[in-house]
Design a protein around this ligand. Sequence first.
Ligand code: ATP
Ligand code: MG
Length: 423
Amino acid sequence: MADSIISAIDIGSSKIATIIGIESKDTDELRIIGFNSTSSRGVKKGLVVDIDKVTSALEESIEKAERMAGQKVHSAIVSVGGPHISSLNSRGVVAVADSQGEISDTDINRVVEAARAISLSTTRQIIEVSPRDFIVDGQEGIKNPIGMSGVRLEVDTHLITASHTNLKNIDRCMENVGVQNDGFIFSGLASAEAVLTDTEKELGVVVVDIGGGKTDIALYVDGSLSYSSSIPIGAKHITNDIAVGLRVSLDSAEKIKLYLSKKLDHRQDKTKRKIEELNILDLQLPEVVDQFDVKLLIDGIIGPRLEELFKFVSDEIVKSNYMEHIPSGLVITGGGALTVGVVEMGRKIVGLPIRVGVPSRVTGLVDEVLDPQYASTVGLILYGRKNIMSKEEGFKNFNKILKDFSVGQSVDKVKDFFKQFIP
Ligand SMILES: Nc1ncnc2c1ncn2[C@@H]1O[C@H](COP(=O)(O)OP(=O)(O)OP(=O)(O)O)[C@@H](O)[C@H]1O
Ligand SMILES: [Mg+2]
């Protein structure tokens, strides 16, 4: 079978990233052949606030990625996130069409369509319909009912909605650059696809993507996406706090922030130093910065902002009603997941295990891409290649998703083992 090209554009508050991959139909491999990350312009907290600026940043990023890949981008999957995202779980019910009672993919499409038929304000648009669980004649817990016998088919779905205006604005930018939009994917869901293991999803886990202007949350229970939201705080707030606290420019504050996380992180700097040995005079900033206490900067400026962020994350988990169902804890990703002290603070505030999620499952030009900053970028093509909600039909390729679903059943034993420990 022929290989096909798949492209995606991650429109973030800090960067706009374009990624081009080749999907091998035979080996299931996704090879990256083009990538570019350009400073974002005209995006605030995930919202397009200036169409012209976003268009020019998109143009720049797409063109550079195209040059690297030696391929034109005709269409791309696009990320969408920010506090305008909201989610709900909805149930659909249909009678199985076949008189013999065998459930077919047409029944799946019909029942999912029934679940998405909710009354929605005209300012909102559904961007994701994810089946969580099927119920056949009252029997719950069925992941793939195709081929089963039954007369009544029900489905529990997770729906994600977004601001219609923002989606239209993104579409306008895409039209301006002459690239067709293959569909929107919530950036938190994309990140989850790139950094989570199937076992984590089965056990219950929350992805927290700390971006520049917002933090996306995607919560999985029993292998299915069950709660999504986005908080209007991101790692840029930390940079702002440092700028105000030390009376330096935003550029200098950003340099200080990156310097601290680099020097205090084993993975990034093999010569990890002690806090007392760090001296920001090493950075040779244009401003005169008095000698100051690095520990105070971490505990007094960065710490409180991280604390605030994780309190919001905690509130969201409580709001989801799934607090008792996420023994795998938090997987933090996005550029902000590299902030100094973020793991410790998250553990303290949320009280769950935490790890930093780095994207994987792609090959090719991956040196730059396998970084938490690009979790949602990589996730877009990983998720998009198996299910994208076509604009015309409003449907995804559920057959492909259902195949994925059944993977989860193999980890049921592990899950039961862990569940003993949940109070
Ligand atoms: N090594 C690092 N240490 C600390 N912070 C970092 C590091 N690398 C990146 N960041 C921060 O991560 C943020 C950018 O993250 P990311 O690229 O995930 O955001 P984005 O996707 O553009 O924005 P958003 O998702 O909020 O729209 C910036 O604030 C940057 O300072
Ligand atoms: Mg992002």
